[in-house]
Design a protein around this ligand. Structure first.
Ligand code: ASP
Length: 292
């Protein structure tokens, strides 16, 4: 049994708090596996924990878009290719759990915007205010920068305004050798309303197949172009998870894109890598915890 979680890549501050957060999420997810829970249960449990932790860019404390609102993306997938996702969903505490409901209760894969919110309410997810004081302050600072004219060429250069990617994700392999992966985010800071990143896109931010499970973080626009989770997963047909992740990092070098990713292959091997300054991660394999 294995679980690995990530809490974003970038130039990350307050590492100690984030370390505590990923370790706790990892331990909770591993506890699920130890109690004979499935990989998808473990992934959801770990991600819910990170969504509830305001130090990560997912759920409570997620990054604000340019309008000062939070729009959340999340997806979850199992190795039989069952998947569910929500994009641009607002005012729900745990988008990863709504994504799981999309997987279990609908004939669709992605629900977005108001439709996703309506669906969440139908499924019993109550309205929830996700904005924290810290995010409000960050927002005010960046809006001021914009007002000073520093970001007039804002859209094509969006990446320059981002110093950290705090998305969360998890991959797990359970006792029955089933694999699952999930990812949840508030997206990149100051994004345009309606922007959808890689996290809810199956094959971009999240993928699971009988070969492996992958969750990505980083600049979503590039992760989508590269179908990063899918190419990493497919590479595990011939390569171990660590080698598949290295292959993915080489691809990033060619395209100058910033990201990090975590992976598990069907033989329980763990891959993790990033081309940013840091990535927040923790894993437990055979009862042994390792973290950044
Ligand atoms: N990948 C996320 C996005 O582009 C951002 C992140 O990883 O923090 O929406």
């Amino acid at each position: 049994m294995v679980i690995i979680v990530q809490g974003g890549a970038g130039t990350i501050k307050r590492l100690a708090r984030r370390r505590v957060g990923v370790i706790k999420a990892c331990q909770l997810g591993y506890g699920v596996l130890q109690n004979s829970g499935s990989a998808i249960d473990a992934v959801e449990t770990a991600i819910v924990e990170l969504e509830n932790n305001p130090w990560f860019n997912a759920g409570t404390g997620a990054a604000l878009g340019i309008t000062g609102e939070i729009e959340l993306d999340a997806s979850i997938m199992t190795d039989d290719l069952k998947c569910g996702a929500v994009a641009c969903i607002k005012d729900v505490k745990n988008p990863i759990s709504v994504a799981r409901k999309v997987l279990e209760e609908t004939d669709h894969i992605i629900l977005s915007g108001e439709g996703a919110v309506k669906f969440a309410r139908q499924m019993g997810f109550k309205p929830y205010n996700l904005i924290t004081q810290r995010r409000k302050k960050m927002f005010a600072k960046r809006i001021n920068k914009l007002k000073q004219g520093k970001t007039l060429k804002y859209l094509p250069q969006l990446g320059k305004f981002i110093s950290e990617y705090g998305t969360v994700g998890a991959c797990a392999l359970d006792k029955d050798k089933r694999l699952a992966a999930g990812t949840s985010t508030g997206g990149i800071f100051m994004h345009l309303p309606g922007r959808v990143g890689d996290s809810p896109i199956i094959g971009a931010g999240t993928y699971a197949s009988p070969l492996g499970a992958v969750s990505c973080t980083g600049l979503g626009e590039w992760i989508i172009k590269l179908c990063l989770a899918k190419i990493t997963c497919d590479a595990m047909e011939k390569l171990s998870a660590p080698k598949a992740v290295n292959m993915a990092l080489k691809t990033a070098k060619t395209h100058h894109c910033e990201y990090g990713l975590i992976a598990i292959d069907k033989k329980s091997r763990i891959g993790l890598g990033f081309n940013t300054t840091q990535m927040v991660w923790a894993y437990i394999k055979d009862n042994k915890l390792k973290h950044f």
